[in-house]
Structures are given as structure tokens and as C-alpha cells.
Ligand binder design. Structure first.
Ligand SMILES: [Zn+2]
Length: 223
């Protein structure tokens, strides 16, 4: 639509000439300068948390009493933990896998050390004889004992399983990561009762919420 100033009206020899073709175009409003782009969400300056879903791909991990796989349970819980933690704008959450893939143990360590992560949490479930049961948490390096204790405190209240305690072991990913790191064994897939419980979405969400709460408590106290 033309504004009245968008064309020329001239009077020549008694004729009124309206020249639209040479009309001065209405000035284009100068756009406001674009706001400076926000920094790319590189996570720079944020608290970096690596969540490691055990096993994956061709490595199913332990096989549950119902024929289910450890790799499926660990990814489900890990994804829920990551989703919880991503609600906190102070956190940069990195998963070692987001699908049914098999990063090597060294790959997982490299992801954490390469990112200079602040904490590393590896999620697993146990297997043994059918009667074995309970929840346990492992750490390896001395800088990890407090982190492991806080994670275990939250985890054990969420699983409701027998408390097998906090232990040390030479698991590769907790031995070779250079930040506080812990590996949780949620329960025993080979125990049919625990396995049935662990298969429920309610259990997986409750445990994920507890693991996220444990990480958040550690962050609040020690970052
Ligand atoms: Zn495992």
C-alpha cells in the first residue's frame, strides 16, 4: 500500500502529472541492531557431568531373569538422570552414549577426561546367583569417596533394596577418570524380584531422580 509520500505529484502546463515510477520509495525503516548472539551453548563455565550408561550395542551386559538386558536398563535410567540434570542451567550434561551403541571403556574415560568433567557417574546393574540381591556403589580413587557416599545415600533410599554398601573396585571407568567418579549397581538382574521391580518405569524414574539429587547435593556442597 502506498503512503501519500510515495509518489511525486508535479504540475506542468496545467496538467497534473502523477509519476509513480520515479516515486521516491518510502524509506525502509532501519532495523534495530540485532542483539549480540548469545554465547554458543558450549557449556563453558558450567559444571560438567558425565553420565555413563553401562554396556550397549553388541555388549548386552547382564541378562535379566526375564531375558531383558542390562544395557537397556542402564540407558533408560541414564537418559532420565540426564533429563533431570538438564533442568539445572548450571549443569552441562554429557552422556557417553545416547543409543544402543558400544563406546569402549577407554572411549568413556576419554569423553570424561577430555571434557574436563567435574563428576562422572556410571550406571550398571548386577548379576550373580539368583539369590544375590541389593544395591551397591563403587569408587576407586580417594577423591571419589565422598561423591560415592552421597550418591549411594540417595540411591539406596530410592531402590528400597538391601544395602550392600559403598565399596572400592578397580573398574576401568572409575579407575581412569581424573575427576570424582562412581559406579552404581542398581540391583541384581538375576534376582527375579529385583529384576521385575527394575523393569518398571516408576522404579527407573525414582532412581534417576535420586541419582540426579545426589549429584546436585554434591555440587551444592563441593563445587
Ligand atoms: Zn554392567
Amino acid at each position: 500500500m502506498f503512503s501519500p509520500a510515495a509518489y511525486h505529484v508535479t504540475t506542468l502546463d496545467g496538467e497534473v502529472k502523477v509519476d509513480l515510477t520515479t516515486a521516491t520509495p518510502a524509506p525502509v525503516p532501519t532495523p534495530a541492531p540485532a542483539p549480540a548472539p548469545k554465547p554458543a551453548p558450549s557449556g563453558q563455565g558450567k559444571y560438567k557431568i558425565v553420565i555413563d550408561a553401562g554396556h550397549g550395542g553388541s555388549d548386552s551386559g547382564a541378562v535379566g531373569a526375564a531375558g531383558n538386558y542390562e544395557k537397556t536398563l542402564t540407558l533408560s535410567v541414564a537418559s532420565k538422570v540426564a533429563a533431570d540434570l538438564r533442568n539445572n542451567p548450571n549443569f552441562n550434561v554429557i552422556m557417553t552414549r545416547t543409543g544402543d551403541t558400544l563406546p569402549s571403556l577407554q572411549d568413556r574415560v576419554d569423553i570424561a577426561n577430555g571434557a574436563k568433567a567435574d563428576v562422572f557417574l556410571s550406571i550398571h546393574a548386577n548379576s550373580a546367583v539368583p539369590s544375590a540381591h541389593g544395591t551397591e556403589t563403587y569408587y576407586r580413587t580417594s577423591q571419589s569417596s565422598t561423591f560415592a557416599a552421597i550418591i549411594h545415600k540417595h540411591l539406596i533410599s530410592a531402590t528400597g533394596f538391601f544395602d550392600r554398601g559403598v565399596k572400592t573396585a578397580n573398574y576401568y571407568v572409575i579407575k581412569n577418570t581424573s575427576m570424582p567418579s562412581t559406579l552404581v549397581e542398581l540391583g541384581f538382574l538375576t534376582n527375579s524380584a529385583e529384576n521385575q521391580t527394575m523393569l518398571t518405569p516408576q522404579f527407573q524414574q525414582r532412581v534417576a531422580d535420586a541419582l540426579a539429587a545426589g549429584i546436585t547435593e554434591y555440587y551444592n556442597k563441593y563445587h
